[in-house]
Design a protein around this ligand. Sequence first.
Ligand code: ADP
Ligand code: MG
Length: 604
Amino acid sequence: MKILAGIDIGNASTEVAIGKKDETGNVVFLSSSLVPTTGIKGTKENIHGIYNAFKKAIDKARIDIHQVDLVRINEAAPVIGDVAMETITETIITESTMIGHNPSTPGGIGIGVGKTVNITDLNSVKEGEDVIVLCDSAYSFEVIAKTINNYNERININAAILQKDDGVLVVNRLEKKIPIVDEVEFIDKVPLGMMAAVEVSEPGSVVDKLSNPYGIATYFGLDAEDTKKVVPIARALIGNRSAVVIKTPAGDVKERRIPAGKVIISGMRKEVEVPVEKGAEEIMKGIKSVSFIKDVKGEKGTNAGGMLERVKIVMAQLTNQDPKNITISDLLAVDTFIPQKVVGGLAGEFSQENAVGIAAMVKSDKLQMENIAKILSEKIGVKVVVGGVEADMAIMGALTTPGTKKPLAIIDMGAGSTDASIMKTDGQVTSIHLAGAGNMVTMLINTELGLDDKDLAEDIKKYPLAKVESLFHIRHENGTVEFFDNQLSPDILFKVVIVKEGEFVPLNKEDSLERIKNIRRDAKKKVFVNNAIRALEGVSPTDNIRGIEFVVLVGGSALDFEIPQLVTDELSKYGIVAGKANIRGIEGPRNAVATGLVLSSEEL
Ligand code: ADP
Ligand code: MG
């Protein structure tokens, strides 16, 4: 009887399985454990985490370290992932068109159209004319309301733009309610005597006339050519509760493509160049057209160059190598967007700029694992060997899932990479490592929501949302309502919260629950659905993934409450049966590699 430990050192987690092997080769598992990986995978900083995970599993198995005959660590797939982002559009306002202003409490509801006129000049407006009145901070809400009420006999004041945050106070005092946009900081820059439209929607909903190019065309009487030009305006207004559009003769809102440089993909036989501003799809076409990627570089002196260079430098530092020796072996690009301040805006307007998110994978040094094995062995006084290839081990482990048999394909969805392997009936394994996994999803959520808080983004990724509708009930994102006997904290009232292990974490953002949920799901789809297909294409014995029958999903991201469903859904379109693994019938999608390391040991 021999006791063995399998240790899988991943980008994010270090996992251990302990098993007892009898003379006939039968293995009984005693325990398992998981701790966060310390340091970058494949470096000696891992030792600390490895030791803790090992000790934890040993204690659980109620044995002593010296009873262990052999430790097998994974021949860690020599890949490390990193993520980066590049903005590729910029919205610029020339002259004084205002767009997308989103004050927290606009007044009134509906849309008003008319010529812009200062509150001091209402006298000179012709009878019966349609106007929008501008009021700077010198005027109190009482004076503004009274003035509008007085003039309404003679002219049509259809909307108002205020400098102060008094929209609601003014509307409450009006005889005829109009939409009012307030908190316009640079009101003196709003051009006078121009046609404008002001739209305010009900609380909880968003503008729908000015966020539609044809809506704008209707109010300003635009022809087809001019309607094309207002598309960036309409786009910038999507998702806002209130909006103002002003038509000036020369004023214009432009969407500019920012030249971000090219990515240069070098393969065995050819080299492909794609300008980053063409977007993710083009970049991925380039990646696909090169069958074996030797390296990916960015054009020198451009943002793309800087972005890929940074990834390489970080990797080089972490793995103690010369950046020159670091090559990128895969790259996943996805289209994304970043909320950004509009250049030339009048009220601190934000616009969702297009961006490209990139996950890159770098080959690191295999030797480091041997080094780790040596240090670990000295530390614990047990023989430590570098066991089989990570992907082979993962599939051995995955095959312990009840209901699986060879041929089987697995997709290992980790933090830095998505790995796939397929084992044929004769036991032969083919595998592939792709850039982009859990970390990239977190990055996309972080930037698209403008959070600047990775931990919060990670929580948004992992847990469902709810809206606190009263002090005694919440509505979960799936629509179910939950009531509470004890009053909830007033701090979270009316907020969108993350339902994290029974705790409600409030999000201090204006974004609606629907929007956050959509961004979250889209980020998961962009990364994992794309990569699942790419991964299976990479290992499929035929040139069509339909030949693959069964796929199990393993790794930390397979624990996600929606990623496995999204992948299963997509793969079902190809007639593939896919689902979450349940390693050894008890571990769920975790512990595949560690389990495989124990099962495949031939040293004893
Ligand atoms: P690696 O093999 O690279 O160490 P893991 O298999 O441990 O990676 O997976 C880590 C990834 O899994 C991280 O991106 C993490 O956010 C994600 N993850 C872990 N637990 C969950 C969970 N409960 N729901 C969703 N994602 C999770
Ligand atoms: Mg892993």
